[in-house]
Design a protein around this ligand. Sequence first.
Ligand code: ADP
Ligand code: F6P
Length: 317
Amino acid sequence: MTSGGDAPGMNAAVRAAVRRGWELGLSPVGIRRGYAGLIEGDLSPLTPRDVGGVIEYGGTFLHTARCPAFLTPEGQERALETIQREGLEALIVIGGEGSLAGARWLSQQGVPVVGLPASIDNDIQGTDMAIGVDTALNTVVWALNRIRDTALAHERVFLVEVMGRKSGYIALMGGLAGGAEIVLVPEVEVSLEQVIQEIEAGYRKGKHHSIVVVAEGVTDMLGPTAKLGEAIRARTGLDVRVTVLGHLQRGGSPTAFDRILGSRLGARAVEDVAAGRFGHMVGLRRGELVPVPLIEVERKEPVIDFGLYKLVHSLGK
Ligand code: ADP
Ligand code: F6P
C-alpha cells in the first residue's frame, strides 16, 4: 500500500515488490488509497502484468490518501479486521513519517509489517534519502532556472516558496542546486531585518536580482510568503514577485535515482517478508540498504545539513 503524500518513485517500489515477490512465490495484493483502503478492504491481487509500464509515472497507481479515520480506535479496529479477514500475512507500507507511524502501530499490534520511506520532504529518520526526493529537487531546479531568467531580465527579487511542512530539506538542497542567493528554512530562526539586509547586501555588490527560496514551514516564522514579499518591497523599494511551486513538486516522471531507489526498496521489502523479517523500515545509508526498527523511525533531530546551509549563503553572494 502507498500512503500519505504521494512521491515519484512509489510506482517503481510497488512494481519491484510485485515482481520480486512473485519470483519468491508470494501472492502480492494491492491495497488502494492507503489506510482508507485498508479500513474499507479496498484491495485486489497484483500480478507482474498489473505493474507493466508504471515505473515511468509519478504518483501511485494504487492511489493514496490521508486518512484521519485510521487515527481512531474504530478505524484501527476495522483495519485489523481487514488483515484478518483477507488473510494478509504481511503488509508493506510505502509512505512518509505519518504513514510509517501507522506502520509502527500495526507492528505493535503484532501485524508483520515492513515500511518503505517515501516523501518528497525527506523528513524520515533513519534513511539518507526517501523515494521522491530526487525528483522533487530536480523539479525545483527546473523552476529556479526559469525564475532566474525573468528575475535577471527585470532585475527583480523573487521569493520562491517550496514544500516541506516541517523540514527545510527541499528548500536547502533545491536552493543550493538552483543557485539561490538566500534560503529560508524552518530549522533556522531568521528575522525580516536579516532577510532585507542580505538582499540589499547582494545589490550593493552589484547583483541585479535575488532569488530567495522559502520553505513553506517558514510561514510560521515570517508569515505568508506573499506578505513577506510585500514587506520586502515596502522596505527596500525593490521590485518583488512571489512564486509558490506547490504540488508541482509532487508530480513528474521519477528520475533514474528514484526509480532505482524504489526498485531496490520494493525488492528488499518482499525479500524480508519471504525471510520472515518484520517490524522495520528499509532505509538507505551511504548507498546501502539497512533495516531500521520502526520504533526508531520518528524524527528526532533536524534533517538539514547546517554546513550546507552556510555554504548556500556563501555561494549566493
Ligand atoms: P505522510 O505519510 O506523507 O507523512 P501523513 O502524515 O498524512 O502523510 O500520514 C498518512 C496517514 O498515516 C495519516 O492520514 C494517518 O492515517 C496515518 N498516520 C499518521 N500518523 C499516525 C500515527 N501517529 N499513528 C497511526 N497512524 C498515523
Ligand atoms: O508531505 C509531503 C507534502 O508534499 C508536504 O511537503 C506538503 O506540505 C504536504 O504534503 C501537502 O499535503 P497535501 O498534498 O495533502 O495538500
